[in-house]
Each structure stands twice: as C-alpha cells, then as structure tokens.
Design a protein around this ligand. Sequence first.
Ligand code: XIL
Length: 338
Amino acid sequence: AAAKGMRLGSCFAYGQPGADRGSFANPAYAALLKRDCGLLVGENEMKWQALRPSATRFDFARFDAMMAWATANAMPVRGHNLLWHQPKWMPRWEETHNFGATPVRAAERLLVDHITTVCRRYGTRIPSYDVVNEAVNPADGALYQTALSRAMGGAEPTLDLAFHTARAAAPHAQLVYNDYMSWEPGNATHRAGVLKLLEGFKARGVPVDALGVQSHLVTQGTDTRATIAALDGDWRRFLDAVTGMGYGLVITELDVRDNGLPADIAVRDRGVADFTRGYLDLMFAYPAVRDVLLWGMTDRYSWIEGFEPRKDKVPRRPCPYDSAFKPKPMHAAIAAAL
Ligand code: XIL
C-alpha cells in the first residue's frame, strides 16, 4: 500500500482488563497491527455514546489511551465519527435533552462544541474524519431525524453545520461522509439517497472531501465469479457518479460475510478471498481510493458474529486473520490487489 502511496489499516479498540477485544492491550494483536497497518481507527471509542456521558461532560480516557498508543507507534488514526446521524446511535440522554427556549441555538451550540472540542484535542494526529456517519435511511433514501436535528429544524442544516465546524476546527483533515450503501441490487434506494445527499453538499458548498464506502461485503452464494461480475453494473455507475462530482473515496470498514457459502472452512475462505480480490480490483481502478481500512484484522474480535451470525451457526470468518492470528487467503488477496 505504501509503495502505491496508499494506506492500509484497521479498526482497533480500547478493550477492558481481562477482555482484550481488538485491543492494543493484547500484545499479539498489537504486534499484528504494527506489522500490517499504516492507519488505524477506533471501533467505538470516538462515538458520542463513548465520549459523551452527558450533555455537559466529555470522557476522553479510553480514546486518549488509544491515541497515545498510536502516536507512540507513529500511526495516524482516522476519526470515527463526529456525528452518527441515527437516533439509535446517539447517546440516550440526547433523546430527552431539553433544548430550551431557543432550541436552534442550543442544538447548534451542542454540535459545534462537540466537534470543536474533539478536533482541537487531537489536532493533526487525526488526518481524516468520518464527520457524519449513516445519515440516509436505506428504506426510503431520506435523511434520518434525531432529537438534535429536530431541535435544529432539519437534518440538512445539522449535517451541513457538522462539516463546516469540522473544517474550521481541523482545516488539515480530510472530511468524509461515511455510509454502507452497498452494491447489491436491493440497495438502489439507499445509493440514490446518498447520491442526492452528496449532490446537495456540492450545491450548498458544504466542505465534504470524500465518500466513505464502508464495504461490509456479503457473498451471494457459491458462485463468487457471478457475484464479482454483478459489481460491474449499478455499483460502478454509482462510483462514477460520486467521483464525477469530484469526491474522493475511502474504503472505511472492510469485512466479509460468507453468506451462501458452505460450512467447509477452505471453501469459505477461498470464496471470501476471491470476492475480496474482485471487489478491491474494481475499487482500486478508481484513483480516488487512497486509504483502505479493515473493520478488524482477526476473526477473533470481529463484530460480525454478534451482528449477523451464519444461519448454520458456524462461526464467521470475516477478516484477513483467523482467531489464532494466522493469515487466511483473504490476507493474500488484499496484498495481491494492492
Ligand atoms: C460497530 C462496532 O463494530 C460494534 O462493536 C458496535 O457494537 C456497533 O458499531 N458501521 C459503522 C461502525 O459505521 O461504527 C459500526 O461499528 C459497524 C457498522
């Protein structure tokens, strides 16, 4: 990746004593991150739910510890995220927060204070932010509303303000809109909603530099070649439209769900590797892609098992390393695609 002027990285986590879930506190995982990664991102620790115990308080303890480790190892960290624009991902107190007699001003103050405080704290150690995460409802392509955006009088001004504030507080940083609108035919409405949002940002002069393509991939059965071939229609047109507007692309959260593949480990690992390769070949054909992040390097810590277990309950294998930290065919596939 470095030889091509690109960066390959992964999410990592704080973990708790005794539970090393994806954490730099596990020496074996720390060594793996240091060996393979030129960029990191906190899996959960920058989200409002983690940083904001209340409207008036910040708790930076965990994320500071992660940043200290990354800085000590000379690794830049992406900021994920400054606003996850979905009610279920905002902290519970936000739902019932009293925005007072001048709600627009109170909401603006809350958002500006949050983004400015976070961005100023980490400065140039964070070269890129997911300023807004998942604002588009895949069911109808419209923007979600949260208590914050209701107080502000709409989702659009809320998202616009988030980006303007991030640009002012972190002028060095790449500002990203991040979403999971994937390539499958069933996601046309989601993709259309994201395109509309990106067009709106351009029309209103909102400082957004790139689209974060999460890339939580799903294989569609045993015919991996057919799955790869299916990428070549609507998905390519979507990426053409995004890059045609001048946006960069970041692969922010790559992992693979081996749906439709038989339980046999060798078959699944081969299918996952082939699909990863086909996907990356298509993505890397866009010079707009500079950074690629895995959503975890090892199956051991991946969120996928909890998010969507296999129907047959055979443990998922979504990452480049297995649970014993042994590289899988997916690891070689990523290297080959680069
Ligand atoms: C996930 C984490 O991996 C989980 O540990 C957490 O419980 C929920 O969030 N899209 C995103 C990420 O933008 O923040 C999500 O991370 C995965 C989907």
